[in-house]
Ligand binder design. Structure first.
Ligand code: PMV
Length: 325
C-alpha cells in the first residue's frame, strides 16, 4: 500500500441540537441525535507523514509535543488505520487550530475530522466521506459532523454523520462571544460520564432530546429561523440543565455567559433574530442572519465579561490540501 504525506483541513461545528451522553462507550456511539452547523472561520489543519524509520508516533498539537491522553487519542486512530492497511509505519502528525483549543470551541471536532481524512489518505486507504466520518466519530462524536459542510446530523446509534442542508441553501451566521480564557476544566467525555452517572435529569434529557432534534431538523429544512432559534436555545439549556443537576453540579457558565444570553434576549425583543447556544465551555455562540452580524457583534463586544468576539458563516466540507513541493 502506498504511503505519502497528506494534509487535511476541517472546520469546527456547533451543534444546534446537542449531543450529550453516550449509548455505547466502547464504540463511542451517542445516546441522542444531534444536528450542527459547520463554521467557516474556525479551522484545523493536520498533516500526517508516515515514516517507516520512526520508532513511535510523534504528535505536535498547536506547536507543543502531545503526551498523555491527547497523544493516546491520536495514536488510537493511527493504530486503527494501520490495522486495516497492515502498515507498520509510525507517523509524524502536526496539527494546528486557528482558534483557542479545548475551551469549548469544538477543537476536537475539527481536529479529529482533519486527522481522519489526512490519515486515511496518508496510509493509502480508500475511504468514502462516510468512512472518514465514522473514523472521526470513534475519537470524538462531534468530529463525525465536521467531515461535512453546512448542516449535518449525527443520529444516535449510527456510525457516520449525514449532510442535511448545504451552507448556501440556508446561509446563517454565528457570532461567538469568548467569555473566559484558558482551557476548560472538565472535558466532554468526563462531563458526559458524570452526568450519566449522577444527574437525575439525564433520563429526562434522553427522553426529550430526540423529539427536539426532529423539530430542529424540520424547522431547518423549512429554512425558518424564527421557528429554529427558540428550539436551538432549548436544546442547549436542556443539556445544561442535565449537567447542572449532576452531583456535584457541572457548571460551565462564566458570569459573562449569562450576560451575553441576556443581551441576546434584549436584541430579540428589539427585533433582531438572534439565538444563543453554549457547549461544554463558557462561550456563547449566537445564531443569526448574515445581515444582522454587524449589529450582533457590536452589541456583544459591549457586554461586560466578553473578552473577544469571532464571526463565522457556514463552512465547507473537510478537504485535502496540496502538499508543498
Ligand atoms: O464530541 P465531543 O466529545 O467533543 O462532545 C461534544 C459535546 C457538545 O459540544 C457539548 C455538544 C455537541 O453536540 O457538539
Amino acid at each position: 500500500m502506498s504511503e505519502r504525506a497528506a494534509t487535511a483541513v476541517a472546520h469546527a461545528n456547533i451543534a444546534l441540537a446537542k449531543y450529550w451522553g453516550k449509548a455505547e462507550r466502547a464504540r463511542n456511539l451517542p445516546a441522542v441525535p444531534s444536528l450542527s452547523l459547520t463554521l467557516d472561520a474556525l479551522r484545523s489543519t493536520t498533516r500526517v507523514v508516515p515514516d517507516a524509520a520512526l520508532r513511535a508516533d510523534e504528535v505536535v498539537l498547536d506547536g507543543a509535543v502531545a503526551s498523555g491522553r491527547s497523544l493516546e487519542r491520536v495514536v488510537r486512530m493511527l493504530d486503527e488505520i494501520r490495522a486495516k492497511t497492515g502498515s507498520e509505519s509510525r507517523a509524524r502528525v502536526v496539527s494546528s487550530n486557528d482558534f483557542p483549543t479545548a475551551a469549548g470551541l469544538a477543537s476536537s471536532a475539527s481536529g479529529f475530522a482533519a486527522l481522519a481524512l489526512a490519515t486515511t489518505t496518508a496510509y493509502g486507504l480508500a475511504a468514502t466521506p462516510s468512512d472518514v466520518s465514522a473514523l472521526a466519530r470513534r475519537a470524538s462524536a462531534s468530529a463525525a459532523r465536521s467531515v461535512y459542510g453546512g448542516y449535518v446530523a449525527l443520529r444516535s446509534g449510527v456510525e457516520a454523520a449525514e449532510p442535511v442542508l448545504r451552507a448556501e441553501e440556508f446561509p446563517l451566521a454565528m457570532v461567538i462571544a469568548l467569555t473566559a480564557s484558558g482551557p476548560k476544566s472538565i472535558g466532554s467525555t468526563e462531563g458526559m460520564r458524570h452526568t450519566e452517572e449522577t444527574s437525575p435529569y439525564y433520563a429526562a434529557w434522553l427522553a426529550n432530546a430526540p423529539a427536539l432534534f426532529e423539530e430542529i431538523r424540520t424547522a431547518l429544512l423549512a429554512r425558518d429561523l424564527e421557528r429554529l432559534g427558540p428550539l436551538v436555545e432549548q436544546s442547549a439549556l436542556m443539556m445544561h440543565a442535565s449537567m447542572l443537576a449532576a452531583r456535584p453540579a457541572l457548571v460551565y457558565f462564566a458570569p459573562g455567559t449569562l450576560r451575553v444570553m441576556e443581551r441576546v434576549r434584549a436584541l430579540r425583543a428589539a427585533g433582531t433574530l438572534a439565538f444563543s447556544t453554549m457547549d461544554a465551555g463558557p462561550h456563547v455562540k449566537v445564531l443569526t442572519e448574515p445581515g444582522s452580524v454587524t449589529a450582533v457583534e457590536s452589541a456583544l463586544r459591549g457586554v461586560e465579561g466578553v473578552l473577544d468576539v469571532r464571526v463565522s458563516g457556514a463552512g465547507p466540507d473537510a478537504r485535502l490540501v496540496p502538499e508543498p513541493p
